[in-house]
Structures are given as structure tokens and as C-alpha cells.
Design a protein around this ligand. Structure first.
Ligand code: GRG
Length: 302
């Protein structure tokens, strides 16, 4: 299975979970059409489906029944999409283009966009809980997986990273240790949690050699991903990327490129890819998807 194959599986399930809704007064317990359509608009706008694909590929590698992991993968993509919607709001990055479309707040208004993000986060949690209840024989595994996903997305994870990012930008602070906190939490945690969640579903303890190796891979992969993101913000093509570029320089952000220069950032990305590859040794040939992913992400243009 390739990244594209996994993305197709995830797209199909997401489309079922967020169907196009007709305008009507909602019944009690029903999602209002406006909220459903605003959530669907950003989730179904495309995207690489990287995080859920990593969860499913890792589940496959570790022998987890794919059907048992699919809702968690979709939930992860919903959480990621909520973070993009909120990141694009006027109070944050104030962006008008995302996934090749006008951003959620441009189409639905700021208030509804905030709710679409809130909705995706809480719907994701509901779906993961429903999935856990469907497998009572594995409830401890599901609780551990949910803990990894929510902690990665939460206050000591992505939200914490975003908080420090906003703080540094508004206060014009450029501290290397804070930058590392921001990268690891804002970007890497959401790329590590899919792997840790899959390991939890496979029955591995959080401190097992397998989970530890996957965590190292996720952190390095996340930093590589961020370095390439910073490079693309300088040399990328807005149309291919489907989002605004040049924002980092405009806002005077501290990035891999401002810190190491373009060539230095590329070298840093190559070094991170090599370190991430080394961490996969424990899985041998079974980790082929994750070795290829490093190459794909190092050379990505979108
Ligand atoms: C609002 C709590 C909160 C967090 C926002 C997503 C995010 C955190 C910030 C976006 C800015 C940014 C460049 C983050 C680092 C890398 C990143 C998350 C890129 C977008 O992810 P992709 O490339 O996007 O996987 P697609 O659209 O392919 O899913």
C-alpha cells in the first residue's frame, strides 16, 4: 500500500462520516446542516492525509486489524483539519487560501469557522470513544491510543506549540530552545501520535522498544517535515501547495531557513531523514512504507 492508497481509504470513510447536509431545522441530537457543511468543506478539500495514513500503515506493519484502526485515523485527520481552520483565522495567521480553496472563515464567516474547528475536535473524540466501545475486549489498548492522540493534539502538544508560536511572534522573541519546543509540539507531536496510537492498538506498552523506536522516528520525521515546510515557504509554488507562501519572511518568523540558510536547511532535512531511517532498524523490511515516506517528504513539492 502506498500513501495514495491509504489516502483513498481514508477519504472514502471521511466522506461517509461527514455527508453533504440539506438545510433544515435539526432534530435534537442532530448536527446542524451549516456545521456539517462547514466541517465537510475543509475536511474534504483534499490534503495529503499523512497523519491518518501513518496510523494505518503502522497498524498494518504491527498486525492490527485495519477496520479497528480506521475510525481513529479519521478522527486524527479531523483534529488536524480543525487545527488548520483555527490556524487560518484572522486572530492567528489570517490566511485566505488552504488546500487550494478559500479558507473556512472566508466562506462561512469567522464565528462558524471557530465552531467548525470546535466541532471537528469534539466529533473526533466521540468517534474514537464509539470505536473503543465497539471493541470491549481491547478497551485498554483503545484508551492508550486515545491518550496518545489527545495528548499529542492537546495543551502539552500541538495547542501548547501553537501558543508559544503566537507568543514568540507577537513579542518578537527568537530563542532557539523555544523554537525547538514549538517545532516538536506544533508539528512533530501530531506526526508521532499516529505511530504511538497504532503501537498501542497492537498491544505494545508505551515504553516498549517498538513504541520508543516509533517515537524517535515520529519526532525526527516531524522536524524534517517542518524543515521542508519552511523551505517550501521560500521556494515553493503557491498553486501546487494550495496555500499562501512567503508568510514566514513577511512575519519575520524564526524558521529553519532563517536559522541555517536555504542550503543549510536542506542539509538539516537530509540529516533528520537519515536519523529517522536508523530508528526503524528494529522493524527490518516491514518498515518499507516509512523508509519511502522519508524520501517522499524530503523531496515533496506540495
Ligand atoms: C490552531 C491549535 C492550533 C494549531 C495550529 C496546523 C498548525 C497548528 C499550524 C499550521 C502552520 C504550520 C506550517 C504547521 C506545521 C506543518 C503543518 C501542520 C503543515 C500542514 O500539514 P500538511 O502539509 O497539510 O500535512 P495537508 O493539507 O496536506 O493535510
Amino acid at each position: 500500500m502506498t500513501l495514495k492508497d491509504y489516502a483513498a481509504l481514508i477519504d472514502a470513510r471521511l466522506a461517509e462520516l461527514l455527508p453533504e447536509a440539506e438545510k433544515k431545522i435539526p432534530d435534537t441530537d442532530e448536527i446542524p446542516w451549516l456545521l456539517e457543511n462547514a466541517m465537510r468543506y475543509s475536511v474534504m478539500a483534499g490534503g495529503k492525509r499523512l497523519r491518518p495514513a501513518m496510523l494505518l500503515a503502522c497498524a498494518d506493519m504491527l498486525g492490527v486489524d485495519r477496520a479497528e484502526a480506521l475510525l481513529d485515523a479519521c478522527a486524527l485527520e479531523m483534529i488536524h483539519t480543525y487545527s488548520l481552520i483555527h490556524d487560518d483565522l484572522p486572530g492567528m495567521d489570517n490566511d485566505t487560501l488552504r488546500r487550494g480553496r478559500p479558507t473556512n472563515h472566508v466562506v462561512f464567516g469567522e464565528g462558524q469557522a471557530i465552531l467548525a474547528g470546535d466541532g471537528l475536535l469534539s466529533y473526533a473524540m466521540e468517534l474514537m470513544l464509539q470505536n473503543a466501545m465497539a471493541y470491549p475486549e481491547h478497551s485498554a489498548r483503545h484508551i492508550l491510543a486515545m491518550n496518545d492522540i489527545m495528548a499529542g493534539a492537546g495543551v502539552g502538544g500541538m495547542v501548547g506549540g501553537q501558543c508559544m508560536d503566537l507568543y514568540c511572534e507577537r513579542e518578537h522573541i527568537s530563542d532557539e530552545r523555544l523554537l525547538s519546543y514549538i517545532h516538536v509540539n506544533k508539528t512533530s507531536r501530531m506526526l508521532t501520535s499516529p505511530l504511538r496510537a497504532a503501537a498501542a492498538l497492537a498491544g505494545f506498552a508505551p515504553d516498549s522498544p517498538e513504541t520508543t523506536a516509533l517515537t524517535v522516528y515520529g519526532v525526527k520525521f516531524g522536524l524534517l517535515f517542518q524543515a521542508v515546510d519552511d523551505i517550501l515557504d521560500v521556494v515553493g509554488d503557491e498553486k501546487t501547495l494550495g496555500k499562501s507562501i512567503g508568510k514566514d519572511a513577511e512575519e519575520g518568523k524564526l524558521t529553519y531557513v532563517t536559522l541555517y540558510g536555504l542550503e543549510g536547511a536542506r542539509k538539516r532535512a537530509d540529516a533528520l531523514a537519515a536519523e529517522a531511517k536508523d530508528s526503524l532498524a528494529i522493524f527490518g523490511d516491514r518498515a518499507a512504507f516509512f523508509v519511502k515516506l522519508l524520501d517522499d517528504m524530503t523531496h515533496r513539492v506540495a
